[in-house]
Each structure stands twice: as C-alpha cells, then as structure tokens.
Design a protein around this ligand. Structure first.
Ligand SMILES: Cc1cc2nc3c(=O)[nH]c(=O)nc-3n(C[C@H](O)[C@H](O)[C@H](O)COP(=O)(O)O)c2cc1C
Length: 230
C-alpha cells in the first residue's frame, strides 16, 4: 500500500484517453484537476494512453501465476506508474455511453490488479465530458474500475457540452477543487466505510475462487497470504 512517496510528497498519476489531444474537452477538466493537485502540494504525471501501444488482453491467465503480463508493449510501464502513485485520476470522454476503447483496453489488461486488489490504499476520481448525456454513467464506469481493484473513489466531475460554456467553466472549477481534495484525502487517509465494506465483501466472495485455482494462480495465492486475506 502506497501512503505517500519517500519524500512525503503525494504522487498523482492522471490517465488521459481522448484521441483529440490538445483539443480535448475532457483534457481541460484534467488539466484543471492537476492544477488543483499541484496547489495542494502534490506531484503530478499525466499519461496520454492514446499515444501508447497497449494491446488487447488475450486471457492467457499468466499474470495470475507470475504477477506480470507477458505481452510486450507499454502496459507494464503504465501499471508500474499507477502502482507507484498515491492517487489516480481517470479521464475519458463519453464514447457510446462508455469510456473510450483506449481506456477500456487498459482496464481489460488489468485483471491481476483486481485479483490482487493492487489499488488497496489508493484514492482516485474520474472526469468525463459528453456531447449531451450519460455523464454520471461514464463516471461510474471509471469509479467502478477503481473500486474493483481495491481503491477508493472520492467522486467525479463531468460536463455535457450541450449545456454550454458556463457549465464547462463550472466543471473546470469543480475539477480543480477535486484535485485539491484528492491530495487532502490521501494526506488524512480518509475513510470511506461504504467502499471498504464493498472491498471486504468482494474479497470474501473471491477467496473461494482463488482457493479453487490455487495450483494455477500461484502468484495470487502468495499475494493473498502476504496481505493476510487467506
Ligand atoms: C465515437 C464517439 C462517440 C460518442 N458517443 C457519445 C455518446 O454516446 N453520448 C454523448 O453524449 N456524447 C458522445 N460523444 C460526444 C463526446 O463525448 C463529446 O464530444 C466529448 O466532449 C468529447 O470529449 P473530448 O473532446 O475530450 O474527446 C461521442 C463522440 C465520439 C467521437
């Protein structure tokens, strides 16, 4: 579990997944959030996954045995950065009432992050923009990913562009404040009892699945034992 870096500075990694680069509406929210992080004393790194080579998961199940995805591309270096972070900001435009394919591909490459609950102790939040609808639905997709990987989400900010410039300006302001609040949440080790209850119930349910696959999923078993979950 990462509480903060050795030098005491909170490290926040932000994932940007809009293919529209600097013209991205969602990136405007993300940049504001990162300004908020910096204002609160955190250190930031933005990863533009649309510029990276991240292939599809092939369901080979090797990561459960070794702890490492065997596909040779940029995924493992992104995961390393996420695991070294104290906080994670997820961002995606609404594409077909979902996240972009780029972000979904990153999520799908992460079954071992779920199996081993590798975001345990981390905090995050989510950002989206949409043409007109399903803002909260898309935020929930990203926050659910954080949750099934063992992390806690402090919330989300979204904007439907159809609502106009003043709505976007308000969302930019809320993104800045949420960036600041993320650093605070990490600093004070904020408790989210409802989310912790979800993590506990998930682990209770998944323990039997790990046990049933213990001959194959050897890395998972060692990790669960080291965490005291079995
Ligand atoms: C492929 C694609 C699918 C989209 N699907 C939706 C959608 O289902 N609902 C919606 O309200 N907007 C949809 N939009 C509009 C975008 O969500 C919106 O323009 C958003 O602000 C783009 O963010 P970006 O500038 O960060 O890329 C879609 C846009 C594209 C290109």
């Amino acid at each position: 579990m990462s509480v903060c870096n050795k030098d005491g500075i909170m490290k926040i990694v932000a994932i940007q997944s809009s293919p529209r680069g600097k013209d991205s509406n969602t990136l405007k929210l993300l940049n504001a959030a990162l300004e908020g992080v910096t204002a609160a004393g955190g250190e930031t790194e933005l990863i533009d996954i649309t510029k990276l080579n991240i292939k599809y998961c092939t369901a080979c199940n090797v990561c459960y045995k070794t702890g490492v995805c065997p596909i040779k591309d940029d995924y493992n270096s992104v995961l390393e950065k996420l695991l070294s972070a104290d906080g994670i900001i997820w961002s995606s435009p609404n594409y077909m009432a979902n996240v972009t394919a780029q972000l979904k591909t990153l999520f799908d490459r992460s079954p071992n992050v779920t199996h081993e609950q590798l975001f345990d102790g981390k905090y995050g939040f989510s950002l989206t923009t949409a043409g007109s609808r399903d803002v909260n639905f898309v935020l929930d997709i990203m926050n659910a990913f954080m949750r099934i990987c063992g992390g806690n989400s402090i919330g989300g900010v979204g904007c439907a562009m159809v609502q106009g410039q003043s709505a976007m300006e308000a969302a930019i302001g809320r993104s800045y404040e949420m960036g600041r609040d993320l650093v605070e949440a990490i600093r004070e080790k904020r408790k989210y009892p409802e989310q912790e209850a979800v993590h506990k119930a998930w682990r209770e349910g998944f323990r039997n699945i790990i046990i049933a696959n213990k001959e194959q999923w050897t890395h998972n078993v060692d990790h669960w034992i080291s965490k005291g979950w079995m």
